[in-house]
Design a protein around this ligand. Structure first.
Ligand SMILES: Cc1cc2nc3c(=O)[nH]c(=O)nc-3n(C[C@H](O)[C@H](O)[C@H](O)COP(=O)(O)OP(=O)(O)OC[C@H]3O[C@@H](n4cnc5c(N)ncnc54)[C@H](O)[C@@H]3O)c2cc1C
Length: 313
């Protein structure tokens, strides 16, 4: 092992050992927390159970000059083969709480969209039916404004509560939030801890269940099996990224164990032990060929993380 890397690993082990109250995991494999199943190790992994623990972790990272990265379901990220030399934060415990309030739900940032879809369809509401099958959490889905079949999280969000850069809790109303195509901005940046969501129209349990099943079956037909992070690129205005890549004859193109899906050209599949480097080679290839043929620059939808926490590409 490279000596610099060995030193990093030892430092992280010591940081975890000398801060037992934070329950940090040193040298944590990231492949296990990403749907791509790719990535090196996070120097430290924190799994705070509540807001108090989250703030302690953030304070520790700030004092230690370590970068932090907040993770939801890990279904839209590609981690670096060299991992992440900072504190990866994957909340749990209270962050998975759900409180029902008539036709609103107060959901912790780590609640899964599927869980919300089933819960609300059971009560007869159709608001989350179109989002069923998206493997994200409330926090990640808001940040990405995740969507399918003409609906997106923007239709559901009434309020967002986050921990801002000064570690203070702030709640922002719908009118203060900006949602775009796979994008979200609030007046302050930070870590989303919960959201107040509307559950849509009451169409009755049977109608909601049928709608949800239809969407689910449709997704099963369209989305290729195997570890991936869903669509790699955003669709350019009026076009489909997948169809542009397909027209460049890149469907099925493989680099190492990473492959552009033969079923859906905007999805890269990890066929086994693909590396982030193999996936990024395919990303460059698709961008290059699409630009050469159509003069269109494809923008990334997935977040490609480097080892200091910046996103690149
Ligand atoms: C098979 C498959 C199918 C998919 N289909 C779709 C689809 O149909 N439509 C669609 O829109 N997407 C789809 N995706 C992509 C992905 O599921 C969504 O973008 C999802 O919303 C990401 O949620 P997550 O919790 O996994 O976020 P992560 O991948 O964990 O994080 C995504 C981003 O959100 C940030 N983030 C996460 N949690 C928080 C938080 N609490 N506070 C602040 N920032 C946070 C992260 O830092 C990161 O920048 C698919 C992915 C897969 C693997």
């Amino acid at each position: 092992m490279h000596s610099e890397l060995r030193d990093y690993r030892r430092n992280f082990r010591d940081l975890a050992r000398f801060n037992p109250a934070l329950k940090l995991h040193a040298n944590y494999p990231l492949s296990g927390v990403s749907t791509f199943r790719i990535g090196g190790e996070a120097g430290l992994m924190a799994k705070p159970l509540n807001v108090g623990e989250l703030i302690k972790v953030l304070t520790f990272a700030q004092k230690s000059s370590l970068p932090t990265y907040i993770l939801g379901g890990g279904s839209n990220v590609l981690f670096d083969d060299l991992g992440f030399q900072g504190v990866m934060i994957k909340p749990t415990g209270d962050f998975r709480n759900i409180e029902e309030k008539e036709n609103l739900i107060l959901a912790g940032s780590m609640c899964h969209l599927n869980e919300l879809a089933h819960l609300t369809a059971d009560r007869g509401y159709d608001g989350f039916c179109n989002l069923v099958g998206i493997p994200g959490t409330v926090g990640g889905a808001i940040v990405m404004n995740a969507g399918a079949s003409g609906s997106s999280m923007a239709d559901r969000v009434e309020e967002v509560t986050l921990i801002n850069r000064s570690f203070k809790m702030k709640t922002f109303k719908r009118r203060e939030l900006r949602f775009g195509y796979r994008s979200f901005t609030a007046p302050e940046t930070g870590i989303i801890i919960s959201a107040l969501l509307n559950v849509g129209e009451n169409v009755g349990k049977n109608v909601a269940s049928v709608k949800m099943k239809e969407r689910y079956d449709e997704r099963r037909r369209l989305i290729p099996k195997g570890p991936s992070a869903g669509s790699v690129f955003k669709n350019p205005p009026g076009k489909y990224a997948g169809s542009l890549i397909e027209k460049c004859r890149l469907k099925g193109r493989q680099v190492g164990e990473a492959m552009i899906s033969p079923r859906h050209a905007n999805i890269i599949i990890n066929k086994g032990k693909a590396s982030a480097a193999e996936v990024t080679t395919l990303i460059h290839m698709a961008r290059f060929e699409v630009y050469k043929k159509f003069h269109i620059e494809l923008a990334l939808e997935i977040k490609v993380l480097n080892r200091r926490g910046g996103t690149y590409l």
